[in-house]
Design a protein around this ligand. Structure first.
Ligand code: ADP
Ligand code: MG
Length: 401
């Protein structure tokens, strides 16, 4: 049964996931003239609808099935874009088929926050005080050792799910119960709450050299759940060189030799410390939209090339600012969203997107999935982009009842 969409004169890339998150990679790979095999357990995933894409209805975490597909099409590269879940599958397929990619060991270090913390600490990369706990007794002991407020997080989740800031004196048993339900492997990490501005560092490693493409200033909802509400490039912090050094050291410690990473850092009084590192592109449009708008570097194309063993173009061609801001919202039913066409006409505005629109019930923002929409802007510099985003949000009228 093969493979009428495949052209044997072209290279073949396998992309894990065909949802909206992977769409930029699927579209770019098609545009580059590659054979594209996409895997997703959802038969109606949007990426399967792109003309030319070979559809394989396989879960992105089903490692044996993914290896079978990779062998069937003799793929030349394997990748996923901005999600953590398929990372271990990418590593296993790369190993089994002799392709470029992170090792399985690196995939674990980059997706399990407890193993990650341990690895970074052992390599001398700055991290907050942390404890790995498996049950309520260990949790109480860990809490007693930390002086100030602390963060409780599931070791193997993402998107701010299960993240909680807790103070001594709060009901810590309920905090543990809340976070534990998100911990698929049962491990919870308790750590000192770092104080300071937060950035992410977008890097590409090629043959063991880690290149910093951009540093992004991050805004979150703050306590208790720290959901990301905006990103601005380039960073306006004065310590970019120090941040770069810590991010590169973290990449090396985790073992990323080829491919992207998204390293989150808080700049504390003692200097930059790692929040976490993902062996993947940054989500929230950071790498698909903001990096091209601020630097001209196409990180998606670069990742595809790296996966295929080709040399990516990572030389910046622009020095601009870019920003994304998520809509302000509260719980209720969305009744009206006005002003979108005015916003779309504002200079610098590149995209306005509604994720949860009129008629839908929205909640307070407790994780990334609850955010109802966003605006993306290019500016002359970071401040200009950030200001234009705020003006755009102010022009919109969102009524939630
Ligand atoms: N130790 C910490 N100190 C201060 N803030 C933290 C700490 N850990 C996490 N946060 C905040 O919570 C957010 C989400 O935590 P993170 O570990 O990145 O989990 P996720 O995988 O859900 O993104 C971070 O971006 C940061 O704003
Ligand atoms: Mg994070």
């Amino acid at each position: 049964m093969l493979i009428n969409k495949m052209d044997s004169s072209k290279k073949t890339i396998m992309i894990l996931g065909a949802s909206i998150l992977q769409l930029p990679a699927i579209e770019k790979a098609v545009e580059m003239g590659l054979n594209v095999v996409a895997l997703d357990m959802n038969p109606s995933a949007v990426g399967f609808g792109i003309p030319g894409v070979v559809k394989e209805v396989v879960s992105t975490i089903d490692i044996p099935a993914a290896i079978e597909v990779a062998k069937k099409y003799k793929v030349d590269g394997v990748m996923t874009l901005a999600t953590d879940m398929p990372m271990r599958t990418v590593a296993a397929v790369a190993k089994e088929c002799g392709l470029i990619g992170i090792s399985e060991d690196t995939a674990v270090k980059a997706t399990d926050k407890s193993v990650m913390r341990e690895t970074l600490k052992n390599a001398g990369v700055p991290v907050p005080e942390f404890y790995r706990v498996m049950n309520i007794d260990e949790f109480r002991m860990a809490v007693n050792r930390i002086e100030g407020p602390f963060m409780v997080k599931p070791a193997d989740s993402s998107g701010s799910r299960g993240i909680l800031k807790v103070e001594h004196g709060d009901d810590i048993d309920s905090a543990y119960a809340y976070t534990k339900q998100f911990a698929r492997n049962g491990v919870v990490v308790v750590e000192e709450c770092m104080v300071g501005p937060e950035v992410s560092v977008e890097t590409l490693a090629v043959d063991g050299s880690v290149h910093v493409v951009q540093i992004t200033d991050k805004m979150t909802t703050g306590a208790p759940h720290f959901v990301e509400m905006g990103h601005t490039q380039p960073t306006r912090l004065g310590c970019a060189e120090e941040i770069k050094k810590v991010a590169i050291a973290a990449n090396k410690a985790i073992g990323i030799k080829n491919g992207p990473s998204h390293t989150e850092i808080i700049v504390t009084k003692e200097g930059p410390k790692i929040v976490e590192l993902g062996a993947r592109l940054g989500g929230d449009c950071i790498t698909t939209h903001l990096v091209p708008l601020s630097t001209g570097v196409n990180m998606v194309e670069a990742c595809i090339k790296i996966a295929l063993g080709e040399k990516p173009n990572i030389t910046p061609s622009l020095q601009c600012g870019s920003a994304i801001r998520y809509f302000r919202q509260h719980a209720g039913v969305v009744k009206k969203i006005e002003g979108i066409s005015n916003v779309e006409q504002m200079p610098g505005v590149k995209q306005v997107s509604i994720v949860h629109g009129v008629g839908e019930t929205v909640t307070e923002i407790t994780d990334s999935g609850s955010r109802m929409g966003f605006v993306i802007v290019q500016g002359l510099c970071a401040d200009d982009a950030a200001n234009k985003c705020e003006r755009a949000l102010n022009l919109m009228k969102i009524i939630i009842q």
